[in-house]
Ligand binder design. Structure first.
Ligand SMILES: NC(=O)c1ccc[n+]([C@@H]2O[C@H](COP(=O)([O-])OP(=O)(O)OC[C@H]3O[C@@H](n4cnc5c(N)ncnc54)[C@H](O)[C@@H]3O)[C@@H](O)[C@H]2O)c1
Length: 374
């Protein structure tokens, strides 16, 4: 029997993602789920019975103080990140694991980072797609240098900004060796998703100048290209890395593909985003980091912070216009500023496949091309 420490976990917010986390921790012998908490008593009772967890409460802080978890994990909607970070710190946990996006504004992200650093706790943000075999394969191709000098990375998703942008940027930064961003510039359209609990423009597209000279191009929402090779709408995401000797791309729901001049030729392989497969190594890496402080988790809070900074810089560019230099200082909360400036004009959709999720959006028809746009 292993003499390795078993880490106690409290999972807060047991909806879709909270349950994924509970199951992943339960399936890993290095963790024991000591309790679950949720502000919704019906949801809590249902999850406790489904997951076989005996200790549960609607009083998050009370349960956290009783359990004194090693890992304080929360999977709640994005509206309350800072308070839950502070609750996790107060519980005495060594590691706080939480869902993306890390905050709803740059000011909040800064407060989260400072609070965690002061308390000396580790933080992990759930950008777990990177564990997919197809994501890993593209990283291997990049590292093999088969693409030559990499100059451009283009990432896009039909899903809206605060759902998917931080995923895309996390993997773009990973594929680009985590080179820092120097500036970004962006534009946005459509107010429909500002009312969502992941408040977003309906479409945003922008550029990133990375310090190593690589150009990032990133788009999220109804104006982003379709990925017809993928059926499931939320997985119609693509990250393509271009170099002087070819390109390699990952499709979240459709494997990987590479075309290079020499080493690989034309090649492709399988892979599809899969919570069950991705969550196992994601939590295993938490045990590794808790065991050994040098084994920093690939989705650590510091990396999420840099991705979030690019995310919020995009919104600042929409509001202030022009290029935004990084790093960012505190400023006007970005979503509120966006609400102030975004015009009441419908988003123009790139494809009919986006019309269900953007019901106010306009799908272009051949007849429209003959009339003057407004
Ligand atoms: N990493 C991924 O691949 C991925 C996928 C989907 C969703 N997410 C993210 O996960 C988060 C949660 O999404 P979900 O789909 O699980 O939502 P959900 O609505 O299914 O579950 C959220 C749960 O949190 C509870 N809750 C809300 N506020 C709370 C609070 N202050 N304290 C305790 N419980 C609280 C709710 O009652 C609910 O049960 C979001 O931030 C979302 O962006 C991540």
């Amino acid at each position: 029997m292993s003499d390795k420490k078993i880490y106690k976990v409290l999972v807060v917010g047991v909806g879709k993602r909270g349950k994924h986390h509970v199951i992943a921790f339960q399936n890993n012998p290095r963790f024991v789920v000591a309790g679950i908490a949720d502000v919704n008593p019906e949801q809590l009772a249902k999850a406790a019975s489904e997951l076989g967890v005996s200790r549960s409460s609607v009083d998050v802080l009370g349960l956290a103080k009783e359990i004194r978890p090693d890992v304080f994990c929360f999977c709640t909607p994005p509206s309350d990140r800072l308070n839950l970070i502070l609750a996790g710190i107060a519980s005495g946990a060594k590691l706080l694991a939480y869902e993306k996006p890390m905050a709803l504004s740059m000011n909040e992200a800064m407060e989260i980072r400072t609070a965690a650093q002061r308390a000396g706790v580790k933080t992990v943000v759930s950008h777990q797609h990177r564990y997919g075999q197809h994501y890993v394969k593209v990283k291997e191709i990049i590292d093999s240098r088969a693409l030559g000098r990499i100059h451009t990375i283009h990432a896009h998703a039909g899903g809206w900004f605060l759902h998917l942008f931080t995923h895309l940027i996390d993997y773009m930064r990973w594929y680009n060796g985590n080179s820092p961003a120097e500036w970004v510039m962006a534009q946005a359209a459509g107010r429909g998703k500002l009312a969502d609990n992941h408040p977003s423009p309906d479409y945003i597209g922008g550029f990133i100048q990375f310090a190593n000279g690589v150009r990032g191009i990133i788009e999220c929402g109804g104006g982003a290209p379709d990925v017809p090779e993928v059926d499931y709408w939320w997985r119609k995401n693509r990250i393509c890395v271009y170099g002087t000797e070819g390109f390699a791309e990952v499709l979240t729901g459709g494997g990987w593909r590479a075309v290079t001049s020499k080493q690989i030729g034309v090649s492709s392989g399988p892979g599809c985003m899969n919570y069950d497969l991705d969550m196992a190594p994601y939590v295993e890496d938490m045990a590794r980091w808790l065991d050994d402080g040098k084994c920093v988790h690939p989705s650590d809070g510091e990396s999420a912070y840099h991705g979030f900074e690019i995310t919020m810089a995009m919104l600042r560019s929409v509001v202030e216009r022009g290029q935004i230099r990084l790093p960012l200082a505190a400023g006007e909360p970005e979503i509120a500023a966006l609400r102030r400036v975004l015009p009441e004009k419908a988003v123009l959709l790139s494809s009919e496949v986006h019309s269900k999720e953007y019901p106010g959006g306009i799908t272009m028809t051949p007849q429209m091309l003959e009339t003057v746009g407004t």
